[in-house]
Design a protein around this ligand. Structure first.
Ligand code: DQA
Length: 149
């Protein structure tokens, strides 16, 4: 299957495996990405990974994805809840977006219960820890398959 998936992780997700393990689990971001790479190899999909703690860098990466990615999987971390700029960038590039969260943001603090990514996403997966990313990968493959049918 042809297709290019870009996985974007936002602030503090580079600390996975060390940070609030009771909420975010034991796996590092590299562990998660490695598992996704294996799945991508099996499906013969091209995967690119990007993590940044900086809003502007994430926006630049989203803009660069125009014409380069068929689907974006994004966990924007805390930017999810207030970054109009990331929302606008995702809207501007017109690439299908899947929103991911390790935790169930709707059963946490009130300030996490709003997402500025959801309104522009095809859909979202949250609350399954590292598995959320794998589920998002499978959804991305379906989206790409539908595009090429
Ligand atoms: C998160 C949830 C956000 O509220 C938080 O700021 C994160 C991680 C998640 O994956 O559960 O950094 O996006």
């Amino acid at each position: 299957m042809d297709g290019r998936i870009l996985v974007i992780n936002g602030p503090n997700l580079n600390l996975l495996g060390m940070r609030e393990k009771d909420i975010y689990g034991e796996k590092s971001l590299e562990d998660i990405n490695r598992e996704l790479r294996v799945m991508a190899m099996e499906k013969q999909v091209e995967m690119n990974f990007f993590q940044s703690n900086h809003e502007g860098e994430i926006i630049d990466r989203i803009q660069d994805a125009r014409g380069q990615a068929d689907c974006i999987i994004i966990n924007a971390g805390a930017f999810t809840h207030y970054s109009i700029a990331i929302h606008d960038a995702l809207k501007a590039v017109d690439i299908p977006v899947i929103e991911v969260h390790l935790s169930n943001i709707f059963k946490r603090e009130a300030f996490r219960q709003q997402s500025l990514i959801s309104p522009i996403a095809v859909g979202g997966i949250f609350g399954f820890g590292a598995l959320s990313y794998k589920m998002a990968f499978l959804a991305a493959c379906e989206i790409i398959r539908d595009q090429t049918d």
